[in-house]
Design a protein around this ligand. Sequence first.
Ligand code: NIG
Ligand code: FE
Length: 416
Amino acid sequence: MKLLIKNIKTLVQVRDNVIEKVSGKAMSDLPCIEDAWLAIDNGLIADYGTMEDFPGITDWKDLEVIDATGKIVMPCYADSHTHIVYAGNREGEFVDRINGLTYEEIAKRGGGILNSAQKLREVSEDDLFEQSLIRFFEVIKQGTGAIEIKSGYGLNTEAELKMLRVIKRLKDLNIIPVKATFLGAHAIPAEYKGNKEGYIQLIINEMLPAIAKEKLADYIDVFCENGYFSAEETKLILETGLKHGLIPKVHAEQLSHSNGIQTAVACQAISVDHLEFCNDKDIEVLKNSKTMPTVLPGAAFFLSLPLPPARKMIDAGLAVAFASDYNPGSSPSGNMNFMMSLGCIQYKLNPAEVINACTINSAYAMGLSHEIGSITPGKRANIFITHPISSYNYIPYAFGSNLIETVLINGEKIKH
Ligand code: NIG
Ligand code: FE
């Protein structure tokens, strides 16, 4: 099946060759073609150019044509950090926080992650799949063309495996690329209260071998935080995961400074995420690493946390990625359009920088920069077409609007 999109107002994020990521000043560079055409063949990006140089088409058989006059075409977002597999929601805690409780206070009295764990343990795998599928399609319609999904609301072997099997079912739909992350070290479950060591042993001796046997995860993640897992415990869990073939990712410096960034870099994590309490020394450590600092603007916004120093990182020459952190407790939205708005409005990144952060750099953070994240020949045709708008700046500017008209996944229209 061949598809031609013609009269595109602006074709955004066009890279002739595969690149891994963009860093520092280069994040302000967003290559575009004005008045463009884009050809898709067999689900992949085939070719592109300007309408002026439009090649005459001889073979119109089986060719579908979309006229994109006045519209912007972009690669879909890569959302490299989500927790979309969960049961129920936590709207009650949302109201509790409005009425004055903090996120930490709610967690201390058995709410928070443990609340989600209780709910998750009670639902069947099929029910969990159905609930998660709704969110999976929700974010695709909002422009997400690849997603990483974590476990971490099971907190016992059976329930963690249930989550990872649901993630595998989403992966096996073969719609968008899905990466699975084992996050057993997300919190200490109620039955191990006062015995964190025992829970870590369960992760290491029971959960990890079972997950590796069923090949259920690509990555391993730890919530490195005061009251959760220390830097030393994080290192031990990540290193054990590595022995089972799982690449590290880390939740770091979200609620306090806990040396998560240093640990992530030492363990060669592919990404280190959150970073609200990242300091200058951490920025130096990140400079000499392959670890992608990933900001989750939805979580900092929803919990009213200090803002991660994304501007400072880019000015220091680092690459920065953005992801949604879609989860029931700290970011109940996977809308990457909104994450871009937050990036511009709160973090003072320019639209070109946030588009790079949400496409090619977040693709790197999930090991997919060769497959998605830019308009490059041979990459998957996971792209979206906007309504007629004046420029790509309008996407983060018009926060809260739904500007996406059509999403194409592997070159095929997703029904709205
Ligand atoms: O990424 N920080 C830890 N984990 C999640 C929140 C989990 C929850 O509250 O359910 C996060 O923000
Ligand atoms: Fe998270």
